[in-house]
Design a protein around this ligand. Structure first.
Ligand code: SF4
Length: 205
């Protein structure tokens, strides 16, 4: 039997409406296929080694806030890093955790399709950080091809509809503009995205 684990960099409790609905605990995982210029995950990774947690171990640590989750409709948010790298772990966590806990993923959707397809039923809310919809901007900021994210978002919209998807559209210092941000938002609305969150990256040196 193989044991699936999650490379936990940090566990942040009592988040209110910032990483999903209700009171949430944010599980920050290591590893991501993108190379964003202002990434904080890579800095975290350099500062400390992740602990590989099984689903049972993580539930044991998180359940201290069970009453908050139940009272507020919250639960656990997997972020990072790219949590979809650990799709098997998330499916396992869903099977073992209390059914009332909400599971939220913060993802770039830059991931092979089968990783995403494996968790669509296990996840209550997807928060997609789309970076920018423009091909050149996306490549210059992340080093990769925007079409992977766009095609995965189309797949997700078809598979689960727009209600369980929030797309975050950042204003990225030195890479895009308020006009470009609005242009990305317009393209996303045309795709059928209903829940958009426009915000600005705050860069800390
Ligand atoms: S998607 Fe997030 S974790 Fe991945 S490189 Fe970009 S900022 Fe870092």
């Amino acid at each position: 039997m193989s044991i699936v684990t999650f490379p936990l960099l940090a566990l942040i409790r009592h988040r209110m409406e910032t990483d999903g609905e209700g009171v949430t605990t944010l599980a920050v995982g290591a590893g991501c296929p993108l190379h964003c210029k202002w990434c904080i995950n890579k800095k975290l990774l350099q500062e400390g080694n992740p602990q590989n947690a099984t689903a049972e171990e993580l539930i044991e640590r998180v359940k201290v806030d069970n009453l908050y989750f139940l009272a507020s409709g919250g639960g656990i948010t997997f972020g990072g890093g790219e949590p979809l790298l650990y799709a098997d772990f998330i499916s396992e966590f869903r099977k073992l955790c209390p059914p009332q806990w909400k599971i939220t993923l913060e993802t770039s959707l830059f991931i092979p399709r089968n990783y995403l397809a494996a968790v669509t039923d296990a996840v209550d809310l997807f928060i997609v950080d789309c970076k920018d919809m423009n091909e050149d901007t996306y490549r210059s900021y992340t080093g990769e091809d925007v079409s992977v994210m766009k095609e995965n978002l189309e797949f997700l919209l078809q598979r689960i509809g727009p209600d369980r998807i929030i797309v975050r559209v950042p204003l990225i210092p030195e890479y895009n503009s308020a006009q470009a941000q609005e242009s990305s938002a317009g393209e996303l609305r045309d795709m059928g995205v209903k829940r958009l969150n426009l915000f600005e990256y705050v860069i800390r040196s």
